[in-house]
Write a protein that binds this ligand. Structure first.
Ligand SMILES: [Zn+2]
Length: 329
């Protein structure tokens, strides 16, 4: 499980948790808000483990019975709410797993902690059911809602929770972690850090991804030659990348970094900050050919493609539209 000392970034949240635990000012309800991979689960687990640690220090001791149970995921006083349907947490989920059990006193520790991942998927009825519990929680109860977008929660819920917002982590810290702890080589650490955009989970995922180099290579090949490609070749290229459908956001991010490089180089002629240093010849060429407006159009269409894919628009269609915008600009 580790300790707060091992966490990269999130200093404001860790300071808050440590002092809340030490000064016995723990709230009954929290929202931990941050994007996927930002570290919500890790922080919630550390928070819960610290609250229940028998040594009651500012960090979990990792040695006592409670810490070991928490580490193994079998602590009877840490309840992780699950849901059966993939995209919604129903009122039954909340009733069965939270409301019906919260009045049973903790088995061993001073707290009983409920962690609700993807809490922004709670239906309105589920939220209303939870609201009753949050309004009058038993003394020992702590509820942690993990959200990517806390704005979707009812104001009545949000106003009763302490909001802990996970911020982006500095690139230097991410790179240091990748190189020192994961022993990722320098050039790859640079690449992963650039793509992660402040998200540690994403950086780790990329550093561990077998496909990352492959996807990067595929994207680079396309970007080098897309201007000269015929429509039929573009259709071919889209077909090839359907095998990366699951990693499509990585693929799109790679393209985004490429055009950010182009923009950066165009504006500053500075090679130092370019991520695709090994492709500098092509970055320069693209910077010469494309206008600022053109690159902006491409960056916007990348965002649009992401939104479309998230909304389950036809994959081939979304990608073809994107590639045509790239080709024309
Ligand atoms: Zn302990």
């Amino acid at each position: 499980m580790g300790s707060f000392k091992d966490v990269v970034g999130h200093k404001n949240i860790i300071d808050y948790i440590r002092s809340a635990v030490q000064e016995d000012k723990v709230s009954h309800a929290y929202i931990l808000n941050g994007e996927k991979g930002a570290g919500k689960k890790m922080l919630a687990n550390l928070f819960a483990t610290t609250l229940l640690c028998e040594k009651a220090g500012p960090d979990p001791c990792n040695e006592c019975h409670s810490c070991r149970q928490a580490e193994s995921g079998n602590h009877p006083d840490i309840i992780k709410v699950t849901h059966e349907k993939p995209n919604t947490i129903s009122v039954d989920d909340i009733r069965e797993q939270v409301n019906n059990t919260i009045l049973i006193k903790p088995y061993q520790g001073p707290y009983k902690i409920y962690i609700i991942p993807q809490a922004d998927m709670m239906s309105v009825q589920a939220q209303n059911a939870l609201l009753k519990t949050i309004e009058e929680p038993p003394e020992y109860a702590v509820i942690m809602l993990l959200t990517e977008n806390a704005d979707t929660l009812l104001p009545t819920i949000a106003s009763r929770c302490v909001m802990l917002k996970l911020r982006n982590i500095k690139d230097t810290l991410i790179k240091k972690y990748l190189m020192e702890t994961m022993e990722v080589p320098d050039y790859k650490a640079d690449m992963c850090t650039a793509f992660a955009q402040g998200n540690m989970g994403r950086a780790i995922l990329l550093a561990n991804s077998e496909y990352f180099n492959e996807i990067r290579e595929e994207a680079v090949q396309l970007l080098k030659y897309i201007q000269e490609m015929e429509l039929s070749e573009i259709v071919e290229a889209v077909k090839r990348i359907t095998s990366y459908k699951l990693e499509i956001n990585d693929y799109l991010d790679i393209i985004m970094v490429w055009y950010r490089d182009v923009l950066l180089y165009k504006a500053t002629k500075d090679m130092d900050k370019v991520v695709f240093k090994d492709q500098i010849k092509y970055i320069k060429e693209q910077a010469r050919k494309s206008s600022y407006e053109g690159v902006e159009l491409i960056l916007n269409s990348l965002e649009k493609a992401k939104t479309r894919l998230k909304a389950n628009v036809n994959f081939e269609l979304a990608m073809e539209l994107l590639f045509l915008t790239i080709k024309e600009n």
